[in-house]
Write a protein that binds this ligand. Structure first.
Ligand code: ZN
Length: 248
């Protein structure tokens, strides 16, 4: 891994302009609706076929897969293309950073991806698109094609642990970066939130771009409250211009 210069932790706020609501945050849709939260809680999902059927119906109806990247996602991809080493650590499962053109290897998806499915028994993976096509065709709880096990979205459900490998890489990036930008994250969901503190502890310049105050504001070198869709592209332009000046 080359030494990352800019680490970007992105949360739900970066994707609201793409029409994706905050599902997972402290005030997210799931936390406010206990019945909906069951659909994404591992224990209930595994124990109850009815929960799984409702969960597949919910996935069919939600529009995450149809969402398009917005100006903020594009600005991050642009920064990478300009030659600045970038790593994105995201709390989002929408895959919009990659759709905007950021290479997948530069994105650490802490909560997995809603664009894939995974078997809970043999860990075989497939695309959500294919699984939803099976639901559409009448399989209301499609099993794994390899082993017949329970299939789920490749996202980290409530009651599941984050992938230690992904978390370890996120930790390493946070320690090594020189600038850490937390964008659209309330910085209240751990362990993701703690990465901002880790970066600051290791000497990174901490920049927070979020409409609301966060628990890490007092550690930030810069706080930006303006809308992400315009504020992030402006901020990243100054970073890439700064990098060019240093090269010259
Ligand atoms: Zn399987």
């Amino acid at each position: 891994m080359d030494r990352p210069l800019v680490a970007i932790l992105s949360g739900a706020g970066i994707s609201t302009d793409s029409g994706i609501p905050d599902y997972r945050g402290p005030n997210g849709l799931w936390r406010r609706d206990p019945e909906a939260e069951k659909l994404v809680t591992y224990e209930y999902y595994m124990a109850d076929p009815e929960i799984r059927r409702r969960s597949w119906r919910m996935r069919r109806e939600n529009h995450t897969l149809k969402a398009e990247p917005n100006a903020a996602h594009r600005a991050v991809a642009e920064l990478e293309r300009s030659g600045v080493p970038v790593r994105v650590i995201t709390q989002n499962v929408d895959g919009l950073h990659q759709l905007a053109g950021l290479p997948a290897r530069k994105v650490l998806e802490l909560h997995g991806s809603a664009r894939s499915v995974v078997c809970t028994r043999c860990h075989a993976r497939g695309t959500m698109e294919d699984a939803l096509a099976r639901v559409e065709a009448g399989e209301d709880d499609p099993p794994c094609r390899t082993c017949g096990g329970v299939l789920k979205s490749a996202t980290v459900m409530f009651g599941e642990r984050l992938d230690p490998m992904v978390l370890g890489q996120a930790m390493a990036v946070s320690k090594a970066c020189t600038v850490f930008i937390a964008v659209g994250s309330s910085l209240q969901v751990h362990p993701a939130a703690g990465l901002a503190g880790v970066a600051a502890d290791h000497g990174a310049r901490l920049i927070i771009v979020n409409a609301e105050p966060t628990p890490y504001d007092d550690r930030a070198d810069q706080i930006i409250r303006e809308p992400i869709g315009t504020a992030l592209p402006a901020l990243l332009r100054t970073l890439s211009e700064g990098a060019r000046v240093r090269e010259a």
